[in-house]
Design a protein around this ligand. Structure first.
Ligand SMILES: [Mn+2]
Length: 552
């Protein structure tokens, strides 16, 4: 049975409040409208403000998924057919035939994978090359499993369970020639296959062979039975003729000795892409999948690479792959809900792509509930409200639209929360400048943009005032410079927004010819005063793009 398709609803890397809250909200909407397999996820850490809101409304943080690249575990066969190492070749070959396997994994008592058994290897062993054929009469097996292969019946004596090397012999010669031949072997290793030839029976009982298999369902005389019992020689009866019985008995050989020595395995976490490359250059068709203790957990066939990965993606609050979770490009993106610029996403087939220039993606999610006439669960309404408040600085940002106002009013009613109070609570916790290292501060809400003149990163933090900036600005500029150098960026900018005065300061480092284009009043080297600018997307980004275009 194939796995049900999992629908992952996820925001951008370095998630902000809107991206976490809209992912939870939209996954809930999908669940309530028929997709039980929708799960919210996050591509990065939450921050103190997000944690505060999740706690307040009693909702768990979405599952952390750092990389969505398909893994071996996505397509491997979990119901594995295997044999234990002490199984007989007879059982294994029938299993291979019945299940039409290209390779049968052999395991030990702890389910650890020892290797693969192929029908080819078994045949090679049972039908050896002519110059090695003499060896084929020696088999490593236990007596009970040998008797089982030809459906024999024990007439006298007791079969010991031990696994050992036996020599299969057939008495086809005259008794005296045979006697001479028997003398060259250790009789206690010998299993003799013979019909109703009493002279031979007597001879080998006296020589002390391990067992006599009487073939063709023939009777044994009472005198012979008595003598065998006294000598401790086992007598077994087979209904098959001698040739058939010997042939079947050879199938008792343990599979352990036939395992292919070179073992080609993967782990469930192996990237499917890597496994595909390695498998393509290998002559094997099937690959055991083992965990860190070598325990067999699955099998991968070359045909499994053609299976679709049972996962699809819904992007919220972003539409550019450069901002999406790692591996997003290798998974089918089925929907995008966003309120940012369109970043050149290309899709193979038609998808639902709702880009609406409202104040937050949480607003769009609330509109989805409204459009489908599905009531918003109370905790979800609280989260969506936090998403709108956070992205629009409680409707004061120029990105806020009349739609956001209507939605905020509705969400307040459903959640039973006052928007102004919630805004004050959110921005009062976890000042990034006070609670994070400079590296964390510039990374927390950083977004990457690809541009033909060079890639750049723009981050933003919201503060209740600029009071704590002065003591941190040198360290922040150093961290920004390091990132610009490390990634070879055109520039990186950090917008520090004072949500009380609705003004921002811009810290930027990078190409001199780019920085020369910034014409806001400069407060200090690499720091500009951006009065009335609070929106990265609507105010800052278009401005920065114009600066890039003007660059010489
Ligand atoms: Mn947003």
């Amino acid at each position: 049975m194939s796995n049900p398709i999992q629908t992952i609803v996820i925001g951008h890397r370095n998630p902000d409040m809107d991206s976490i809250c809209s992912a939870i909200g939209y996954a809930t909407f999908k669940q309530l409208t028929g997709n039980a397999n929708a799960i919210p996820a996050r591509a990065g850490d939450t921050n103190e403000r997000i944690d505060y809101v999740l706690r307040k409304f009693g909702v768990e943080a979405p599952v952390f998924i750092p990389d969505l690249s398909p893994r071996v575990s996505d397509v491997m066969e979990r119901n594995v057919i295997s044999v234990r190492r002490d199984s007989s070749a007879y059982d294994a070959i029938h299993l291979i035939e019945r299940e039409r396997l290209r390779g049968l994994p052999v395991i030990d008592e702890q389910n650890r994978c020892l290797g693969l058994l192929s029908a080819f290897r078994v045949c090679q062993r049972l039908f050896p090359a002519r110059d090695e054929a003499g060896e084929a009469r020696f088999i490593e097996a236990s007596l009970p499993s040998m008797v089982e292969t030809f459906g024999g019946k024990v007439i006298t004596g007791k079969l010991d369970q031990a696994m050992r090397r036996y020599l299969l012999m057939v008495a086809a010669m005259r008794a005296d020639s045979f006697s001479e031949r028997l003398g060259t072997y250790n009789p206690s290793d010998v299993i003799l296959f013979v019909g109703d030839r009493e002279d031979v029976h007597q001879l080998v009982i006296r020589a002390g062979v391990k067992a006599i298999v009487i073939t063709g369902g023939l009777e044994v005389s009472a005198a012979i039975l008595k003598e065998a019992e006294e000598a401790g020689v086992i007598i077994i009866s087979s209904i098959h003729d001698t040739a058939t019985t010997v042939f079947l008995a050879r199938g008792a050989v343990r599979v352990e000795s036939m395992i292919s020595a070179e073992l080609f395995t993967f782990t469930p976490e192996t990237l499917l892409e890597d496994a595909r490359d390695k498998a393509a250059s290998s002559r094997h068709f099937v690959f055991p999948i083992i965990d860190e203790n070598r325990v067999l957990v699955g099998m991968l066939s070359k045909s499994d690479f053609l299976k679709p990965v049972p996962r699809e993606l819904i992007l919220v609050d972003h539409n550019e792959l450069s901002q999406a979770v790692h591996g997003a490009e290798k998974v089918r993106i089925v929907e995008i809900l966003d309120h940012h610029r369109i970043g050149g996403m290309v899709s193979e087939s038609p998808i639902l792509f709702w880009n609406n220039p409202v104040g937050s993606t949480s607003t769009i999610v609330a509109l989805c509930f409204r459009q489908a006439a599905v009531p918003i669960p109370k905790p979800v309404a609280g989260l969506l409200l936090a998403g709108v408040i956070s992205d629009t600085l409680n409707l004061t940002s120029p990105t806020a639209t009349p739609t956001d106002r209507v939605i905020v009013e509705h969400l307040c009613k459903v959640a039973g929360v006052d928007a102004r109070e919630l805004a004050a609570e959110i921005f009062a916790v976890g000042s990034p400048l006070l609670t994070m290292t400079p590296e964390q501060t510039i990374q927390a809400d950083a977004k990457e943009y690809e541009h033909e003149r060079g890639n750049f990163v723009v981050a933003q933090i919201e503060e209740l005032s600029f009071t704590h900036l002065a003591e941190k600005q040198e360290a922040l500029l150093a961290a920004i410079t390091q990132r610009v150098r490390g990634q070879g960026l055109l520039f990186m900018a950090l917008l520090v927004t004072d949500i009380n005065t609705q003004n921002s300061l811009l810290l930027a480092c990078g190409s001199d010819s780019f920085l020369a284009e910034i014409d806001f009043p400069q407060r200090a080297p690499h720091i500009w005063e951006l009065e009335g600018v609070v929106s990265r997307k609507k105010q800052l980004l278009p401005y920065l793009l114009r600066c890039v275009e003007r660059m010489h």
